[in-house]
Design a binder for this molecule. Sequence first.
Ligand code: KMH
Ligand code: ZN
Length: 276
Amino acid sequence: MSQSTGTIITVAPTGAEHAKPDVPNLPVTLAELVSTAQDCERVGAAMIHVHIRDADAKPTLDLGRLKDTVAALREQTNLIVQLSTGGAVTDPESDRLAVLDAMPDSASCTMGTVNFGDDVFLNRWDFVVALHKGMQERGIVPEYEIFDLGQLASLHRLLDTYGPPAGGHVHVDLVMGVPGGMPGDAETLVAALRLIPDGATFSATGIGRSTLPVMLASLSAGGHLRVGMEDTISYARGERVKDNAQLVARAAGLARIAQRPPLAVAHVRELLGVKG
Ligand code: KMH
Ligand code: ZN
């Protein structure tokens, strides 16, 4: 694992799980997403992990909308644009693979199947390989999403068998505290470190009430941060999140306290091997 003097802050503003009527401040239109992205960039985010919604605010992987989203975020922000290939648990593999044709800077690549609350988030080995190769062919930098520790063993298998990712650098995101995946606590984060490939960087995010323990543990362990309303809609006990920028600002403040301030976008591009 490689250490860094600063912190990469990724914002995951929307996700596929929250319903707009339940969470009215969730950014779901392109205008809301761009405005959120700009606010988050101002307070320290360098990368945005994007899920999009359709005209009814339902999750979609519509390729035209994805291309428009990538173009708008590139025009109106300086952020590294990462599209989710995870989508929603109901999305077919073919649509998830086609996300790569929107040509983002980066895309997520989940390293295995995991129970996901009452659902199953299916990621067959052949599908993971197809995503990895698809990104190699297109020059898209993957972020390997890890929901459980065994998925880090699968990452070693993937890299040993199919070679390094586009950009040459391995970046991992530990998604902790999903019911069905690894718990969101410091002990589990430390256990994961032993399995992260040499030279790789990692970020971590804790779902729901594991948000703060995971953020503090990741900063202590030299890791980076992902925050956003995809992962939590609660800011503190009994207090709803106001907006994504509130979560990014808190992460940036804690990173400064940890003496590892938010890294500028240009620095993050260089670190992750993302073309400028
Ligand atoms: N929405 C989850 C089923 C990713 O974006 O790559 C999957 C997910 C992971 O959010
Ligand atoms: Zn996601």
